[in-house]
Design a protein around this ligand. Sequence first.
Ligand SMILES: Nc1nc2c(ncn2[C@@H]2O[C@H](COP(=O)(O)OP(=O)(O)OP(=O)(O)O)[C@@H](O)[C@H]2O)c(=O)[nH]1
Ligand SMILES: [Mg+2]
Length: 408
Amino acid sequence: MNREKQREIVYMIQPIAGDTEDRTEHDEAVSLIESADAEYAGTICQRVREINPSTYIGGGKLQALRDRLEGLEDITVLFNGELTPSQTLHISAALGDRKVIDRTTLILDIFAKRAKSSEGKLQVELAQLKHIYPRLKGKGAALSKLGGGIGTRGPGETQLETDRRHIRLRIRYLEEKLASLASRRELLTSRREKDGMHTVSLIGYTNTGKSTLLNALTDANVYAADRLFATLDPTSRLLTLDGTPVILTDTVGFLHSLPHHLIDAFRSTLESALHCDLALIVCDAAGDFGRQLETTLSVLRDMGCKAPYLLVMNKSEDLRDTTAYPHESIFVSAKTGLGLDFLKEKILQFFRRDTVSVQLKIPYEKLSEYGKLKQYAIEKTFDYRDDALYVNAVIENKFLLRFSPFFA
Ligand SMILES: Nc1nc2c(ncn2[C@@H]2O[C@H](COP(=O)(O)OP(=O)(O)OP(=O)(O)O)[C@@H](O)[C@H]2O)c(=O)[nH]1
Ligand SMILES: [Mg+2]
């Protein structure tokens, strides 16, 4: 029998803080619900002038929602914002003991589904445990009432039933384990730096097409999909631009008002991606690129990333008018290939800005000595003459001195 697993149905409470309603925040939450493989059922909006410390929104509205959901079993209520543990429980009680989740729980659920690498899984588990820990205070019963679905899945699943002491120990274990993985990665990064490898990272809002760009530029075969947080674990591929090797890294995307402790959970992997020579900040030219750019730049600022960047406006295959965009924008389409050659040229120009062209003369008996230096040069032409091998090469200024024995 091939019975399809029933999808979780989610109804949303959208608090509205200011005078104007922010549709984007709401629509993004709908995409988040769909990205968690759940079904969106509807929304109740509530203007919040004063936060009710116990239930965040007023009791009248909760009663209205309770009435609206009357008779509908198994509907999860998403509060599109952050709730304290006791607010979650009070709202749940006011709705007749319905399952209530907040935005962080929903995002963590998507992360749990997406994490593929062992480090990614550990990071998600740590974030889940840290989120769940304060919610466990004497509320074992309330948690077990949650049943299955969003907020109970993922690497941390088996931990949810264990006691607080157990969780504390697990949190400490995960923190130590992740710290050791991070230090190993630092070692790799510094080795790469010594090797003089150029690094470029695709950074930007979720669903802007970073993974599709990585695929288009390098023939990689990474997962790209029309959903939020399709990528969680960073992936690197080699891109060769006119003989210059560049390591291109794709990583997790950002989201407006992503809770800080979620960014913290991925800080170390993000940092290694942000620790690049050049960032490509990818925006969706057909979407709200201003908001995407602002969010991305603010995360980069918070993380102390000072890497120079190129601004890439992806999905611009149907763009007619470019006047509304920042003047330095590079318009591309990962889907049709539009502008990709120009983008490559821009990346190359960036790395070539500190280079010189030289002619090298390598006596044949010194070929193996030269062999150790080759990786720092981009060799253009070879001329095997009687006295020596002559090479025309492009070399970065910082490596130039190493080649002095071979200057022709
Ligand atoms: N029209 C159009 N769609 C694109 C283009 N590039 C990517 N897409 C689509 O946009 C969606 C998201 O693409 P991804 O590459 O997964 O986006 P991402 O930035 O890696 O997203 P996250 O991993 O979630 O942060 C997919 O459905 C792609 O097919 C493009 O140039 N034009
Ligand atoms: Mg991606």
